[in-house]
Design a protein. Structure first.
Length: 255
């Protein structure tokens, strides 16, 4: 039982063979996938996939890179979708200071609006953080995001930052980077953070784990993330797979 908590099967990279990709995931023991929508096009596609497959769920939100494109109607649409039985989270949302498409003040405003919305509809949130840790933590604290909690998606920060996030009711989700030889921080987090606070993900088609680094990622590869965590903790892959899946089900309210 493997639960990929963050996949972009709605990306154009899967237009030609998404059915094959999903079938491979099932063959490799992936029991649940959350497809994350982050703009008009990807949200629409995520919702389509949830209707096609009983084990695929959706998260709906607005990516910080595209914050400048979001209008009030988009937020209202996300609120409407939040009542769908297979929408399990709001996001991904957050801050991204690597790309400069959307000004920081616009990103912060859109981030705050989505946290408020998540609290209104009582769904957890999925956080995207790139080179913006201090501001992300400040906004989560100021907006009382611990009321809904959620996921620090594809976490690459320090153990210290991970513990601050856990104190605010967030799970730490590890992806492909934990399998990279030179990825010191994710490996430290995998070792030090208790299994009950961890989730696993692919973020496919991005960040493929070793031995597929640099190629298109897909949900079936989430097993390599589980294997790396198991190795670092000195426990079985089955333990990692089962506990992280239970954590995800608990967070998302999936039985």
């Amino acid at each position: 039982m493997l639960f990929d908590t963050h996949a972009h099967l709605n990306a154009t990279q899967f237009d030609e063979d998404v059915v094959d990709v999903i079938n491979r995931a099932k063959m490799e023991g992936v029991s649940h996938i959350v497809v994350v929508g982050f703009d008009r096009q990807t949200i629409t596609r995520a919702m389509e996939l949830t209707e096609m497959y009983d084990f695929i769920y959706a998260a709906v939100g607005w990516h910080p890179v595209d914050a400048i494109d979001m209008v009030d109607e988009d937020l209202s649409w996300i609120e409407e979708l939040a009542s769908h039985p297979k929408v399990v989270a709001i996001g991904e949302m957050g801050l991204d200071y690597y790309w400069d498409k959307s000004p920081k003040d616009v990103q912060k405003e859109v981030f705050r609006k989505q946290i408020k919305l998540a609290k209104k509809v009582n769904l957890p949130i999925i956080i995207h953080n790139r080179e913006a840790t201090a501001d992300v933590l400040q906004i989560l604290e100021e907006e009382n995001a611990e009321q809904v909690g959620g996921i620090m998606h594809c976490f690459t920060g320090s153990v210290e930052v991970a513990k601050k996030c856990m104190d605010m009711n967030f799970y730490i989700s590890l992806g492909g980077p934990v399998t990279f030889k030179n990825a010191k921080k994710p490996k430290e987090v995998a070792k030090d953070i208790p299994l009950e606070n961890l989730l696993i993900e692919t973020d496919c088609p991005y960040l493929a784990p070793h031995p597929y680094r640099g190629k298109r990622n897909e949900p079936s590869y989430v097993k390599y993330v589980a294997e790396s965590i198991a190795h670092l903790k000195g426990i079985t892959v089955e333990e990692v797979s089962e506990k992280t899946a239970l954590n995800a089900k608990k967070l998302f309210g999936i039985k």
